[in-house]
Design a protein around this ligand. Structure first.
Ligand code: SF4
Length: 175
């Protein structure tokens, strides 16, 4: 896996102060994507065990509310495999902090069992994530007033409630 950016003390990509990791590679090809350079899976730097260790050390600092994973596309199958250890370890070490993820895939149509982006890691990742922003960026639905979303079709999902109830529960962050 490669990553294109790591932002420390980020206040733009989720609630509170966050550590944000942008992974490389995306096949969604959204028209109007603001970072098409991240579509290439080999863009940016190689994600090594040393990088992972540095992220896990950094995010322990008390002023971080959580970890945000963006892209590119974190839920591309190869990126799911590349991220699983980080996400599991983050949650084990920081049970009080939250995990947010942005995906261009749609939860019910792409990520559930039997769907095109479901892998042996998907369910575990979806159980670890607290807040999932899903859906492609659609230029005609673009709205700069939206918080944490680029277009109106995208949803901010409360994953803990969604996994518990079996149907999508939207987060209060949508309001
Ligand atoms: S999912 Fe994100 S990175 Fe991928 S094409 Fe769409 S806007 Fe760009």
């Amino acid at each position: 896996m490669h990553y294109c950016e790591l932002i420390k003390a980020d206040c733009a990509n989720g609630p509170g102060v966050r550590l944000s990791l942008f992974v490389s590679g995306c096949t969604n090809c959204c028209k109007g994507c603001f970072q098409p350079q991240t579509w290439a899976f080999d863009y940016g730097e190689e994600y090594t065990p040393e990088v992972e260790e540095m992220i896990l050390e950094e995010v322990k600092k008390p002023y971080y509310r959580g970890l945000t994973i963006l892209g590119g596309e974190p839920m591309e199958p190869c990126n799911q495999a590349g991220l699983i250890n980080l996400l599991k370890t983050f949650k084990q070490q920081n049970p009080e902090k939250d995990l947010m993820m942005f995906t261009g895939f749609t939860y019910e149509q792409d990520l559930l069992e039997g769907q095109r982006k479901h892998t042996p890691f998907t369910d575990e990742i979806l159980d670890l994530v607290d807040i999932l922003v899903d859906g492609k960026f659609i230029e005609s639905e673009k709205d700069i007033r939206l918080k944490f979303r680029g277009s109106r079709n995208q949803r901010i999902i409360d994953m803990k409630e969604t996994r518990k109830t079996g149907s999508v529960v939207l987060s209060q962050l949508n309001n």
